[in-house]
Design a binder for this molecule. Structure first.
Ligand code: MRU
Length: 347
């Protein structure tokens, strides 16, 4: 059953002929939706991180293909399919790490290439299904994850994995939402430097839902774990290799290493659309490097500066450090030993 996402904020809204994108660069100071009517605009919105978070990126790209189809079918009925195919290529360049982007574009490309009685309706239906399925998966994962952390008092999360990063409700944040509905827990969010997804987005989303949250500097995580306040670190994923190695926001690997030292467990929550079955392990995951100016203090942004910055925005956590992988198809406890194969064939 697809549940309606009425409660949480919506990163993306489809109007029928435009995609409304909540500009996450302006949160939490301002809630501004911009309308996009072509694939170039959606590509820029993803690359510029107006919309971010692996599942939300995939959904936005799917609507980008739908917009391309609507526009090109109207403007150039003889060549519209080639033009949409070119726009799919362009959308694929928007960000490299989140595999949901490529998965969604493959789904859309398959519909584009199938003979259809009403091709525009079929393309749009595919985008809407990708969006609705993601919301349904999040609610399912929320319940499955909440079962696992039933006895926990303290949970820490990283980046933003909520409604803003998905079709609605969230992955790791969905588990935290579901767990909190059952009984109060202490939630801690890391700032997630340099883009501050935790400080700007996660604490805002939780506060909107009436869930108390404590913000910490990323560098306070070890000390917090040592205090005994944290039972679980719960994070999302941008790409999971076939063996369970998990690419997620930079700093996730550090948290997993710290968690092992302090006897804290790590849960990864992600829809199966985040699993890249084509890669054996995390070594082949492309890690996005963003511009150094996103990290550098303004006084060093000049031509003759002696100060540069290294700004990888994801890292890979080896599967051995992950205690539980939660997907909409089920849970894998101790994935390093159990393997992920059981998730592949479940419908
Ligand atoms: O660079 P971002 O903000 O797109 O990175 C997002 C993350 O790393 C999230 O933790 C991940 O996509 C899971 S979101 C459900």
């Amino acid at each position: 059953m697809t549940r309606q996402n009425n409660k949480t904020v919506q990163a993306l809204q489809w109007t029928g002929n435009a995609l409304k994108v909540l500009d996450q660069r302006q949160l939490p100071e301002a809630i501004v939706y911009d309308d996009y009517t072509d694939a170039a605009g959606v590509t820029e919105a993803i690359a510029g991180m107006r919309v971010r978070g692996a599942p939300a990126i995939g959904i936005a790209a799917a609507y980008g293909v739908a917009l391309s189809a609507l526009k090109n079918y109207a403007e150039d009925p003889a060549h519209w399919q080639q033009k949409v195919a070119a726009d799919i290529e362009m959308l694929a360049t928007s960000r490299p790490t989140a595999v949901n982007l490529f998965w969604a574009l493959e789904q859309m490309n398959a519909v584009l290439n199938q003979p259809q009685a009403n091709p525009l309706a079929a393309i749009l239906a595919c985008a809407e299904k990708i969006h609705a399925d993601d919301i349904a998966a999040n609610y399912k994962m929320g319940e499955l994850g909440a079962d696992i952390v039933a006895g926990a008092n303290g949970i820490m999360t990283h980046c933003n994995t909520g409604a803003l990063a998905t079709g609605g409700y969230g992955t790791a944040l969905g588990v935290i939402r579901s767990a909190y509905q059952r009984r109060p827990i202490n939630v801690y969010a890391g700032e997630t430097r340099p883009w501050l997804q935790g400080a700007r987005l996660t604490v805002w989303e939780l506060a909107q839902d009436g869930i108390p949250v404590t913000l910490i500097a990323d560098s306070a995580a070890a000390w917090l774990m040592k205090s005994g306040a944290i039972d679980w670190v719960i994070v999302g994923a941008d790409r999971i290799a076939a063996n369970g190695d998990t690419a997620n926001k930079i700093g996730t690997y550090s948290l997993a290493v710290l968690a092992r030292q302090h006897g804290v467990k790590v849960m990864v929550v992600a829809p199966t659309t985040t699993i890249d079955w084509s890669i054996k392990n995390g070594d082949r995951i492309e890690i996005e490097q963003r511009h150094q100016n996103e990290l550098l203090p303004a006084c060093y942004i000049k031509e003759d500066s002696l100060v540069s910055a290294w700004n990888p925005v994801f890292d890979v956590t080896p599967v051995e450090l992950i205690a539980a992988l939660v997907t909409e198809r089920g849970v894998v406890l101790n994935p390093a030993e159990q393997g992920l194969r059981g998730l592949k064939n479940v419908i």
